[in-house]
Design a protein around this ligand. Structure first.
Ligand code: IMP
Length: 190
């Protein structure tokens, strides 16, 4: 199946979550080198738009994911705009700096990651959602992971996603939960 990503971190995570049973092809391997538009107003809309784009171009079974970090004190921002929060590109460090600045002096720092996975198989569409609740730290902690991981402390843990071992993150994360729903569906229906 084509996994609609060129993000090496995500690919590594999803391969570890889904296991050897599933063989994944990246966008580049499928010959899609252009950026797929992500202009929908919701996470689900973006996940579906990415999967539909790949399906239209290749006719192959595929899935795409889209993730947002929803910070309650910011009314759910950056949410669907998480990738382009600080700049037009995917500048992870600039996004983290902006988030810390927006939350300066804010005590209520609850947040969640939300992932929607959109699957298109034999032309039919399915979606799976995973969330993880936590809080935003006051400074960056940890070297692992990517994106906002160094600022996200999952509920029940004292280490951020960037400090926790990858297996622990995958076990409890938004993407881990959504991808295991996808894997369960595929095991039952294929
Ligand atoms: P995407 O559109 O699914 O790539 O996710 C949008 C943005 O959310 C990314 O650019 C990252 O900044 C952030 N993000 C997605 N997944 C994670 C994660 O597992 N940890 C931290 N940040 C993430």
């Amino acid at each position: 199946m084509i996994f609609a990503t060129n993000n090496a971190h995500k690919l590594e995570e999803v391969r570890a979550i889904l296991g050897e049973e599933f063989s994944l092809t990246t966008l580049r391997e499928a010959g899609i080198t252009e950026d797929i538009p992500e202009n929908e107003p919701t996470i689900e809309g973006n996940a579906l738009a990415k999967a539909r784009y790949v399906w239209a171009k290749t006719g192959c079974d595929c899935f795409a994911d889209d993730t947002g970090l929803e910070v309650d004190a910011l009314g759910g921002a950056p949410g669907v705009h998480s990738a382009r929060y600080a700049t037009d590109g995917h500048d992870f460090a600039a996004n983290r700096t902006k988030l810390l600045r927006e939350l300066e002096g804010v005590r209520e720092r609850t947040a969640r990651f939300r992932t929607v996975v959109a699957l298109i198989i034999d032309g039919k569409e399915y979606t799976f959602e995973g969330t993880v609740e936590g809080t935003i730290t006051c400074e960056e902690r940890g070297e692992g992971g990517f994106g906002y991981d160094a600022l996200f402390l999952p509920d029940g843990y004292t280490q951020t996603f960037a400090e926790l071992p990858a297996e622990v993150k995958n076990d409890i994360s938004h993407r881990g939960r959504a991808m295991r729903l996808l894997a369960g569906w595929l095991q039952e229906n294929r």
